[in-house]
Design a protein around this ligand. Structure first.
Ligand SMILES: Nc1ncnc2c1ncn2[C@@H]1O[C@H](COP(=O)(O)OP(=O)(O)OP(=O)(O)O)[C@@H](O)[C@H]1O
Length: 368
């Protein structure tokens, strides 16, 4: 059975140091939910709280409506997969997978049925009699995954499960993990510091910094409307620029970038408090610039141009000396050579506009 997980004003302290201050979060039934953030932000700490390996110093952790704070790890019905596969070297593949069922007083025939079923799901049936030392890293990780889900856990926890694998295998395995999770439908909490991996596998992602959740959303929401500048720069590549925001006669936001270029931001209305012109920070993704041919836009000079097949990556120096990174479809950027001057525009509805501190996204909620 799949469950919801709720953190209600959860606090984690190590001695006098608070590493998670009053965090609230709901993870839905059957959801693939990822905790993402830089090293030391508290991802593993939260995961260990779900598993019951960490004490909780304040607030409540609930599985459905049941408070779990004091429930022993062995009584939580959790499956876990970690970075070091932790499979038994002296047991073959099917024995490894069966191991978790042996403590569960289950008939041998039922155990074999379940093991066979799971080996099929993770696609390692053909290796059932092999010893772990004769398996590749990816195959070993499939065994670990099979062992975690064969017990039919309520929750599947994974902490950087792919970080020991080489780059291509990571990509293959993340697809496999996503498929298996979809098939078995277990509420899954996944920890990684790799934003691309998080985007590839997750239904929703929580981006964390210093024990505080910065943004919870789908991969698309987090990429397209990051809650603050930290999230904008942590997820994907972006250019941070200065701008001045003011209101038109009808209250629509007018954004000035550089001396003579401005755009109206559709859907962004400024109330009186915000209407006076103010300095803002902008996040513009490399693919959100448009090379303009009408003589308007930000003036710049191409510093470098790298043809990468489908796309061409340009570095352009603006008049104020800032260099911005631009990605254009190669088909439209023939002849863009270093030294050439260009005019750049931004796509007004795609740009993200933040207050000067970078904490508040004025464009959040406007349509894309
Ligand atoms: N047993 C402990 N005693 C004291 N402080 C700890 C302990 N475990 C973790 N911390 C601190 O808690 C904070 C969060 O650590 P945590 O391991 O959860 O981070 P993380 O986001 O998982 O990092 P990483 O990606 O490096 O694994 C860090 O500042 C860490 O130093």
């Amino acid at each position: 059975m799949s469950i919801t997980i709720s953190f209600r004003e959860i606090v984690k302290k190590y001695g006098e140091t608070t590493v998670i201050p009053e965090l609230s979060l709901q993870i839905g039934k059957g959801e693939f939910f990822t905790l993402l953030g830089p090293s030391g932000c508290g991802k593993t700490t939260l995961l260990r709280m779900i598993a019951g390996f960490n004490s909780i110093e304040g607030g409540k952790l609930e599985f459905n409506d049941r408070v779990m704070n004091q429930v022993a790890p062995g009584k939580r019905n959790i499956g876990m997969v970690f970075q070091n596969y932790a499979i038994f070297p002296h047991l073959n593949v099917s024995q490894n997978v069966e191991f978790g069922l042996q403590n569960r007083k289950m008939e041998k025939s039922e155990r074999i049925r379940r093991v066979n079923e799971i080996l099929k799901v993770v696609q390692i049936e053909q290796y059932r009699d092999r010893m772990p030392k004769n398996l590749s890293g990816g195959q070993q990780q499939r065994v670990a995954l099979a062992r975690a889900i064969v017990i039919r856990p309520d929750v599947l926890l994974m902490d950087e499960p792919l970080s020991n694998l080489d780059a291509q295998l990571r990509v293959d395995m993340r697809e496999a993990i996503k498929e298996v999770q979809r098939e078995v439908g277990i509420t899954t909490v996944y920890v990684t510091h790799d934003q691309e991996e998080a985007m590839a596998v997750s239904d929703r992602i929580a981006v964390m910094k210093s024990g505080v959740i910065q943004h919870v959303g789908t991969p698309r929401e987090i990429y397209q409307r990051p809650a603050n500048l930290f999230v904008a720069t942590f997820i994907g590549r972006t250019n941070i620029m200065d701008g001045v925001l003011s209101a038109d006669e009808d209250g629509t936001a007018d954004l000035r970038i550089g001396g003579s270029y401005s755009e109206r931001i559709p859907g962004l209305k400024l109330d009186e408090a915000r209407g006076a012109s103010q300095h803002v920070k902008l996040s513009v993704r490399p693919e959100e610039f448009v090379l303009s041919d009408d003589g308007h836009g930000l003036a710049g000079r191409i510093v470098s141009s790298v043809f990468l097949g489908l796309n061409t990556h340009l570095n352009v120096e603006l008049e104020n000396g800032q260099q911005v990174e631009i990605i254009q479809p190669s088909a439209g950027s023939n002849g863009m050579e270093p030294g050439e001057t260009v005019r750049l525009k931004v796509v007004p509805h795609k740009i993200n506009v933040y207050d000067a501190s970078g904490e508040e996204n004025f464009t959040r909620g406007t349509s894309l």
